[in-house]
Each structure stands twice: as structure tokens, then as C-alpha cells.
Design a protein around this ligand. Structure first.
Ligand code: GLN
Length: 235
């Protein structure tokens, strides 16, 4: 099994290292044709406008959309989550091209700028259920987005206190759009069929449980359809 990691910009090396720690081969994806040789794809964090410009330059968008539509597992972390969203808000100049597929609206810089980056322990029941699972996952949020709207088919895997969104950016028109959110928590990890999205950076921690979770999505997809087995007695 080979996992592709979109390697235009951002933390793709860290994802490849995390996969290696799990004994799985991760390969860099820079061109559309390379998507034909992989079973699943990770779109890393970085800077989504830059990544989108590079993806456009390499004519990757049609192939990425096709990959998502084929039902192959795709995981977007941070800027990668923005890429996968059907809609992004909080963008300065007219927005950027998105791959889409995830029935969500993502606020690009929900938690503020680089200096408002933070770490927090997130409760993630799906991961805690894993063998030997710790009760929480350390989320690393860097200029992090958040999911401000999710469609009915989207499963919420983790949420983060809105209070971690610092108030120093109150004058910023980008963040004002979400000031009125009634919820105390905002969604930061979701799953929708073959798509996984996290607003934080599991690849920057030593904890590989999110990578294992993603690999399990692939294993499920590869499972043969259940068949009725004839029971042979005696022997
Ligand atoms: N908010 C950033 C963006 O818009 C993403 C940050 C990240 O990937 N760490 O691209």
C-alpha cells in the first residue's frame, strides 16, 4: 500500500515520516499522473493560497477532484482541510481554488495569525477507542482554520473551545464573520465517507494515532464484500 502526500509546499515531509514510523510507504505527489499509483492521499498543512497557486500551475485540480470522486481516502490537515472544503471563508482577496468534496464551510484563519498559534488537548473518542489509546490528543494549531458549518453527512470527530480564538484580532474583518457563533466549541476534525479533515497538525507530534486512523479508512475500503462461506464439516 502506497500513500501519496501532496508535496507542493508545507509539512509533507513530516507526514511521510509519520507514515514511515507506522511501516507504510509515503510518496511525494507533485504531478497529476502520480495520483494513479497511490491508494490514498494526504494534503498537508502549509499556506493554502500558495499551495493552490502551485496546484493550478501543475494542473493538479482536475486530477485531485477526480481522486476524491473515485472514493479513495483523502485526508486534509490544516491548509489541506481548507483544500477539501466545499466552501472557504475568511479569505482576503477573492479566495482561492478548492478541491472540494467535504460538505463543510471552513474559516481559513479562524484562530488568528501565526502568533495566535497554540496547542491544546482535544478529546477524540474515535482515537481513545484505539488499542492502548490515550484519553486525548495533543492538537497543534498553527494559523489554524475551523469548520464553521458542516452538512448532515459529516461526522464530527473533535471540537475545540472557541475561547482559544484570541480576541486581539477583533478588529479583523475576517474574524468578525464568526463572532456571533452561539457555540462554545468549534469543529476541528471531521469525517465524511472517504474524506478526513483536521484543522490541526498531527504530523508535528510523535503521536501517530491519526495516521493509523486514516490507514484504517483505507483498510475498510479494501475489504472484500462480505460473502457467504460454505461450512465444511469434518476433515
Ligand atoms: N490558515 C492557513 C491557510 O489559510 C493554514 C495554516 C496551516 O496549514 N498551518 O493557509
Amino acid at each position: 500500500m502506497t500513500i501519496g502526500v501532496l508535496a507542493l509546499q508545507g509539512s509533507y515531509n513530516e507526514h511521510i515520516s509519520a507514515l514511515r514510523r507506522l511501516g507504510v510507504k509515503g510518496v511525494e505527489i507533485k504531478k497529476p499522473g502520480q495520483l494513479d499509483n497511490i491508494s490514498a492521499l494526504i494534503i498537508p498543512g502549509g499556506e493554502s493560497t500558495t499551495m493552490a497557486k502551485l496546484a493550478e500551475y501543475h494542473n493538479l485540480f482536475p486530477a485531485l477532484r477526480e481522486f476524491v470522486k473515485m472514493g479513495k481516502p483523502v485526508w486534509g490537515t490544516c491548509a489541506g482541510l481548507i483544500f477539501l472544503a466545499d466552501k472557504a471563508i475568511g479569505q482576503k482577496e477573492g479566495g482561492q481554488e478548492l478541491v472540494g468534496g467535504l460538505d463543510c464551510t471552513v474559516h481559513r484563519n479562524f484562530f488568528g495569525s501565526q502568533i495566535q498559534s497554540f496547542e491544546v488537548d482535544l478529546s477524540v473518542p474515535e482515537l481513545s477507542a484505539q488499542e492502548g489509546g490515550l484519553p486525548s490528543f495533543r492538537g497543534v494549531f498553527i494559523r489554524a482554520p475551523a469548520i464553521v458549518e458542516a452538512g448532515p453527512g459529516v461526522e464530527v470527530l473533535a471540537a475545540c473551545p472557541v475561547s482559544l480564538k484570541t480576541t486581539s484580532s477583533k478588529s479583523d474583518a475576517d474574524t468578525q464573520e464568526v463572532e456571533s457563533l452561539p457555540e462554545q466549541k468549534v469543529i476541528v476534525a471531521v469525517k465524511q465517507g472517504n474524506l478526513l479533515g483536521t484543522a490541526f497538525h498531527p504530523e508535528l507530534t510523535a503521536d501517530t494515532r491519526w495516521h493509523s486512523y486514516f490507514l484504517k479508512m483505507l483498510a475498510k475500503e479494501d475489504e472484500p464484500a462480505p460473502t457467504t462461506l460454505a461450512v465444511v464439516e469434518g476433515g
